[in-house]
Write a protein that binds this ligand. Structure first.
Ligand SMILES: *Cc1c(COP(=O)(O)O)cnc(C)c1O
Length: 463
C-alpha cells in the first residue's frame, strides 16, 4: 500500500519539479534524437521491473528530450501551458482510471463533461442547446463537426449516409477558405468526401475568407449538398472570417456552416475581442481546442453541434451488450472514440480555476502581450507583417534565407521558441502567445534575445 502512495508521490514530485524549472529552463533544447532514442531503446526485458525503478528510468531517459512547451517563453504552434488545477485534475483522472464512455462506465466523468460543456458554451456564446463532444484535438473536432455536416446535407438530399455510405451518393461540395487549416483536408479524407470535393474560396489580405467570393462560389455551384468550412483564428495571422455574413450566405444556400475555431473561438470569451467572432452562434458546428489557448492538458478539444440529434446520428453507435444508452446523447455518442480518457475532469477544474473573468483576462493578456511583441520587434527594426488583432504575430527579418537563419538561431539559443512559416509566399517568424504564465518580462526578454540574434546575423535587414 505504502509503495503505491510513494510511487504516485514521486511521479507528482517529478512533474512539479519540472514545472518549477520551466521559467529558467532553455526552451527548445536542440537534442540528438538518435541519442535520445538510444536512451529508451534496448530489448524489452523478460523479467518484470519494480515500478519505482521504471519511473526513475523513464525520468532519466525523457528529461533531456522534453520541450518546455508548458513554459512562459514557448511561442510556437499556438501552444498553451496546462494550468495547475487542470493538470492536477488530469493526474486524478489517471489515478481514478475512469472510462468516459457513458454514465454506466463513469457517472462522474459524464457529469463533469456535462457541466463543463455547459460552461464552455456560455463562455464561447454557442447556443445552450448545442451538444458538446469532448475529443482529442482540433483535428478530431473538425472530423466530428464535418461528419455531422455530411449527415445533414446528404439527409436533405434524401440520402442516409450512415447506412448507405458514399458510393452512389449525391456529390457533396465543400467550400473552404484558401487559408484553411490542413486538418480540414484530412477530415475530408477520413470522411470519404475526399479533397477533390474542396472548392477553395479566396481570402482577403489577412487570410479571412472573402464573403463576396464565397457568395459567388455558392451561386456558381448551384443547388446541391454544400458544406462550408469557416475559420476563427487563422494560424498565421489570427484573422477571423466574418462569421455572421458567411453563415447567412451558407444558410440561404441551404448548406451547413462549420467553424474551425481551434484557438480563435476564444476571442468570444472577452468583450475586447468578441466582435472578431460576431455571429458565431449562427453556425451549425464548431471545433475548438482546450489544450491551446484555454491552457488545458493534452489532449483536450470540443466538437459542438447546434443539433445534438445530428451530432449523435453521425457519431454514436449502439450494441446489444452496451447498457446506459438511450438518454440524451453524451460521452462517446459525440466522439469518434469508444473507450475514452475522462478529460472532462481537467476541463471542469481548469474552468473553475480561472472563472469567467479569468478566461477573459487570459485572452486579453495574451493579445496585449502579442501587441507588445509586435511593438518591441518593430522598434528593433524588424517588419511585423500582419494586423495583430489576436495572439499571433508574423515577423520578417529581411529576405527568406535571413529570416530562416534568425528562426534557427532563436530556436538554438533557447531563451524562447518561435517557429517559421510561409505566408503569402514569404518566409516569416510566427509568434503565438497562448500561455497563462507568460509575463511582460518574458516578452521583453524574448524580444531582446531575438534582436540580439538577428543583429548578430549578417545581411540586409530590409526586405
Ligand atoms: C491547431 C489547429 C487545428 C488542429 O488542432 P489539434 O488540436 O492540433 O488537432 C485545427 N485548426 C486550427 C485553426 C488550429 O489552429
Amino acid at each position: 500500500m505504502d509503495e503505491l502512495r510513494h510511487l504516485f508521490r514521486r511521479a507528482a514530485d517529478h512533474a512539479a519539479d519540472y514545472r518549477l524549472s520551466l521559467p529558467e529552463r532553455p526552451v527548445g533544447v536542440p537534442v540528438d534524437q538518435a541519442v535520445l532514442n538510444e536512451a529508451f531503446a534496448g530489448p524489452l526485458p523478460d523479467a518484470p521491473t519494480p515500478p519505482e525503478r521504471v519511473l526513475a528510468e523513464l525520468v532519466a531517459a525523457a528529461e533531456p528530450g522534453l520541450v518546455a512547451t508548458a513554459g512562459p517563453r514557448y511561442f510556437g504552434f499556438v501552444v498553451g501551458g496546462a494550468s495547475p488545477a487542470a493538470t492536477a485534475a488530469d493526474m486524478l483522472a489517471a489515478g481514478w482510471d475512469q472510462i468516459a464512455f457513458n454514465a454506466v462506465t463513469s457517472p462522474a466523468a459524464v457529469a463533469a463533461e456535462t457541466a463543463a460543456g455547459t460552461w464552455l458554451k456560455e463562455l464561447l456564446g454557442i447556443p445552450a442547446t448545442a451538444s458538446a463532444g469532448f475529443v482529442t484535438g482540433g483535428q478530431a473536432a473538425n472530423t466530428a463537426g464535418l461528419a455531422a455536416a455530411r449527415h445533414q446535407v446528404l439527409a436533405d438530399a434524401g440520402w442516409d449516409v450512415e447506412r448507405r455510405g458514399l458510393t452512389g451518393a449525391p456529390a457533396v461540395r465543400v467550400f473552404a477558405g484558401a487559408e484553411r487549416h490542413a486538418t480540414i483536408d484530412r477530415s475530408l479524407r477520413l470522411l470519404g468526401l475526399g479533397t477533390d470535393a474542396l472548392r477553395p474560396v479566396p481570402t482577403g489580405p489577412q487570410g479571412a475568407i472573402d464573403p463576396d467570393a464565397l457568395a459567388a462560389a455558392l451561386r456558381d455551384a448551384g443547388p446541391g449538398p454544400s458544406i462550408v468550412c469557416l475559420q476563427a483564428g487563422n494560424v498565421n495571422t489570427g484573422a477571423c472570417d466574418d462569421l455572421r455574413r458567411a453563415c447567412d450566405l451558407v444558410h440561404r444556400h441551404g448548406g451547413w456552416a462549420h467553424v474551425d475555431g481551434a484557438f480563435g473561438l476564444w476571442a468570444a470569451a472577452s468583450p475586447a475581442t468578441r466582435h472578431l467572432v460576431d455571429g458565431l452562434e449562427t453556425a451549425d458546428s464548431w471545433a475548438c481546442d482546450g489544450h491551446k489557448w484555454l491552457n488545458l492538458p493534452y489532449d483536450t478539444a470540443f466538437a459542438f453541434c447546434a443539433r445534438p440529434d445530428v451530432h449523435a446520428a453521425a457519431m454514436s453507435y449502439a450494441a446489444a451488450y452496451l447498457v446506459g444508452s438511450g438518454g440524451a446523447p453524451a460521452g462517446a455518442d459525440l466522439t469518434a472514440e469508444s473507450s475514452r480518457r475522462a478529460r472532462g475532469f481537467a476541463v471542469w477544474a481548469g474552468l473553475r480555476e480561472l472563472g469567467r473573468d479569468g478566461v477573459a483576462a487570459l485572452v486579453e493578456r495574451c493579445c496585449a502581450l502579442a501587441r507588445r511583441f509586435a511593438d518591441g520587434l518593430s522598434a528593433a527594426g524588424f517588419e511585423v507583417v500582419n494586423d495583430v488583432v489576436l495572439n499571433q504575430v508574423l515577423v520578417g527579418f529581411g529576405d527568406d534565407a535571413r529570416t530562416d537563419r534568425v528562426v534557427a538561431a532563436v530556436q538554438t539559443d533557447g531563451t524562447c521558441w518561435a517557429g517559421g512559416t510561409t505566408w503569402r509566399g514569404r518566409r516569416l517568424m510566427r509568434i503565438s502567445v497562448s500561455n497563462a504564465t507568460t509575463t511582460e518580462a518574458d516578452v521583453d526578454r524574448s524580444v531582446a534575445a531575438i534582436a540580439r540574434l538577428a543583429h548578430g546575423i549578417g545581411g540586409e535587414l530590409v526586405h
